[in-house]
Design a protein around this ligand. Structure first.
Ligand SMILES: Nc1ncnc2c1ncn2[C@@H]1O[C@H](COP(=O)(O)OP(=O)(O)OP(=O)(O)O)[C@@H](O)[C@H]1O
Length: 299
């Protein structure tokens, strides 16, 4: 569990992170979203002790990162895949990490295998790695201490399609085993596929948070019947808003069960009744962040 309370970071008069409060729950993947410069990386850096908050707290398993005895054993961190020492080989980077965390060196080979780096690639200097290879190495480093919590800033950036799919299943199984995952990404389709919960920020502030299903849920339903005119009349009388639906039938402002009740009471046979469909995370993201994005427009 990661608990962020009133977390704030100011640089001079500029507030990069503004009073953030949220929880990242175990057993779930939490997507951290926001336009460029929204404050995601700054917030993540504060969670793992790399940036000192101006005020507020971030705790991992109830403790500030700095108070964790062997932090790599609790939290796997990937914030900047480019930050690895360019002169070391991938294997050296992981061996050093294993040494510092007191992890058996055998785990290095296992993880190279898990992240899909060949033994030949592991022997090359990191300065010669592609971005995707650096990300894979960074993920191996994050997993090295067998942590219960992962904090990953844009981990799929630079991964090829197979790598993105692999990352999705890795994070899903990590969470299924009770792990806590916080990850940021601008790939909204990917975030929609992988996240259970979402935290959306703009200009350093929370603009929405909660279970993905709840955030994407659209109120209302779509209904068709053997007599739509009579159904529209009955629904309006029940103070349910009704409009013609693009693909025929009626759009209503009420949930399917309420619409079903009205139709039953009016003796009208229904031929279709479904919950209104969400337009997905991309539309939700633009809706929530339009006023804080550089472009300042809803799509
Ligand atoms: N050390 C610093 N000094 C001054 N301003 C900073 C510093 N670090 C970050 N900022 C500012 O804080 C704001 C938030 O930056 P941050 O990197 O957290 O955003 P982000 O949401 O991760 O963006 P992106 O999606 O582009 O990676 C930006 O305006 C950035 O310029």
């Amino acid at each position: 569990m990661i608990t962020v309370e009133r977390l704030t970071k100011r640089y001079g008069t500029f507030t990069a992170v503004d009073d953030l409060t949220f929880e990242v729950k175990p057993g779930r993947v939490t997507g951290f979203l926001g336009p460029n410069g929204a404050g995601k990386s700054t917030a993540m850096r504060m969670m793992v002790g790399l940036t000192t908050p101006t005020s507020g707290t971030a705790r991992i398993g109830g403790k500030p990162y700095g108070a964790l005895p062997n932090p790599g054993r609790h939290v796997g961190v990937l914030l900047d895949a480019g930050a690895q020492h360019p002169g070391r080989t991938g294997r050296e980077v992981l061996n050093l990490g294993a040494l510092m965390m007191g992890v058996d060196r055998k785990r290095v080979d296992e993880l190279l295998d898990v992240v899909g780096l060949t033994s030949n690639e592991a022997g090359r200097r990191v300065r010669n790695y592609s971005l995707g290879m650096r990300q894979r190495l960074g993920i191996a480093g994050a997993l090295l201490g067998d942590p219960q919590v992962l904090v990953l800033d844009e981990p799929v950036n630079g991964l090829d399609p197979a790598g993105i799919r692999w990352m999705r299943s890795l994070l899903a199984s990590f969470a299924a085993e009770g792990g806590t995952v916080l990850l940021s990404s601008h790939l909204l389709m990917e975030m929609e596929a992988v996240s259970d919960d979402l935290v959306v920020i703009g200009h350093g502030r929370i603009v929405a948070q909660g279970a993905k299903e709840d955030l994407l849920a659209v109120p209302g339903s779509v209904v068709s019947s053997t007599d739509d005119a009579a159904l529209a009349h009955a629904l309006t009388r029940a103070e349910i808003e009704v409009a013609p639906h693009a693909s025929g039938g009626l759009s209503t402002s009420a949930k399917p069960d309420a619409v079903g009740q009205v139709a039953l009471a009016a003796g009208i046979a229904l031929t279709r009744l479904t919950a209104a469909q969400s337009n997905g995370l991309e539309d939700l993201f633009f809706e929530l962040t339009a006023s804080t994005s550089r472009e300042g427009v809803a799509a």
